[in-house]
Structures are given as structure tokens and as C-alpha cells.
Design a protein around this ligand. Sequence first.
Ligand SMILES: [Fe+2]
Length: 333
Amino acid sequence: MADKDSRRVVPVPSGKIPVIKGMVAAGAGTGITPSAPVLTVPRREITDADREFAERIAQVVKAVIDSGKYKPPLLPEIAVTLSAIANKPEVPIEEVEVAVSRDPVVAAKIVSVANSALNARGAALSSLRGAITRLGIFQVRDIAFQVVAGTRLFRVPGYSERMKELFEASQAAGMLAREIYRARGEISEAAYLCGLLHDIGEAVILGIIGEASRVRGETPPSLSRIKIAVDGYHAWIGAWVCKQWKLSDTVTDAILDHHTPERSTDPMQMAYVLALADRLLAHAGIGTEWQPITKSAAPLFQALKLSPERAASLLRLAESLNSMRAEWALPSV
Ligand SMILES: [Fe+2]
């Protein structure tokens, strides 16, 4: 199989970063709003000064990554190990159990999920091996990533409120991505992970900016001042980070194109699924400014060959998301 990464994932573009132009092109004709508004950023006119500041910020981020010294957030061993095991043709249950048992938080969560109403088939489980067997390797991997995201990845000093929103929206996106495939009569083993990590680039950018501010002894800039840089860059940086973490091409490519799904050639259309999940989140007002779906989302439903009935059922699901928000809160550490 050809290496898709050599085709698409560019480590860092050279020259001036077309933050603004790229954003405009990203949404053209897709029904997606590329500059997804954020709850913590009040809607206001973007001034020339904002654009100049955002371009400077983008250049700082680029310089940090270009330097070769930047290391993406460390992915804990449990996530690395489970990700690798999930990619094997045969899954050795002993290896999974050993990996999970080294992380008590993940182990406890796996047993809890295995015994949840949705998964409980028969007697309650107390053994880790039984829980792993009941859930399967992909769900076990997804739970580990969910824990890691909540305890490590979505933790950025100076931007804690936005991190709470982002973590909540990421978990909802994972669930929605899985449900979109289900509505198509399909299963994707990567759907939840793609949804969970699709905006990880935003956390990384905020982390770089927060650290640069700390080193200079400055207060981190407000979200509204850096919004253009984040909107224009997060997909690309998210894909770059996932590639550093050695996640699959499916994950990397879908994250790269989640605001430009028309560029993707993935037959499973994961980038379109993420774009629709994002749009459904906006419909619910989770992680972004509330933006009810109108006909503007029709191209996404059509691209995914979702009938009006299935589209309606996904909209109903999105409208019920707010009642689940308590489950997705960022854990206190
Ligand atoms: Fe995004």
C-alpha cells in the first residue's frame, strides 16, 4: 500500500503561513464553517490588528516546530501499547491485561464501562480480563485514550476553561463519529479515536503559546486574539502530532482533513464523518457557539449517503447530547 503520509502530511510548510486564506478555502462549498466559533470567545468583528497578531502567533508556532526541538505531548505508555496491540492481526489478551493492569485508573474505568447498562450482558464482572474480553481491544484502547486525554492531553495552563470545553466536545465527537457510521450500517474501529483527537491540534497550539508566554513572563494572549491562528492551523498540527504518536493513516489523514473533507480520498470517508460530527456539535452548542443545522449541512449528509430519516435521527441524537454532558467533564487531578 502506498504511503499516504508522503502525499499529505507535510511536517511544516515553508514560507509565510496562509492562515486567513487557508481558512476561507477550507469551508468553500462544504457546508462547514471552518472558523468554528468558541464558547469562551465572544463573537466580534475581526480587525486587521487581530489578523496580524494571529499571523505572528502562527509564525511562533511554526518556528517552535521547525526548530526540531519541539516534542509533542508525551503519549503515556498504556496508550502507545494498546494502540500497537490494536493494530496487530491477532490480539494477545495476556498482553492487553498486562498493559492495562499497570494503569489503575484505566483498569478501573474498563471494568466500570464493561459493567455499564449498555455493555452488561449477564453477571457483573469484577475481573479485568473478563472486562477486556467483554469490551474488545478497540473499546479498551479508546477508553485508555479517553483517560489519557482527560488527565494529560487536554491540560494546558492558562487555557483551562477552553480545555474543559474541548475535552467535552472531543468525547461527544467520538461518540457521534461512531453513531454516524452506525447510521450508515457500518462499523469503524477508528471512529471514536478520530473523534476524540480531531481537535487535539488546538490543545497543542495553546500549549505552545502558553509555554512561550510563560518563558517570557507574559500573560497568555486571550483566545479571541489567537482564534484565527488556532482555526487555521489546528487540523494540520493535530495530524502532525498524531503522526508523531504513530497512530494510523486513517486517524492522521482524517484529522488533517476534518475541515476540508473534500480533499480526502479515504473510502471510509472518515474526514466527512468528523466534519459532520463537528457540525452536529455546533447544532448542540457543545465546544462551539450554538449554530443550529439548516440546509447548509445538506452536502455533508449527502456526501455520506445518509437518508433524510437517518439525518433526522442524528439530529435528534445531537439535540440529546446536552443531557449527557455531566459524563464528559474533565476529571479533577
Ligand atoms: Fe476542528
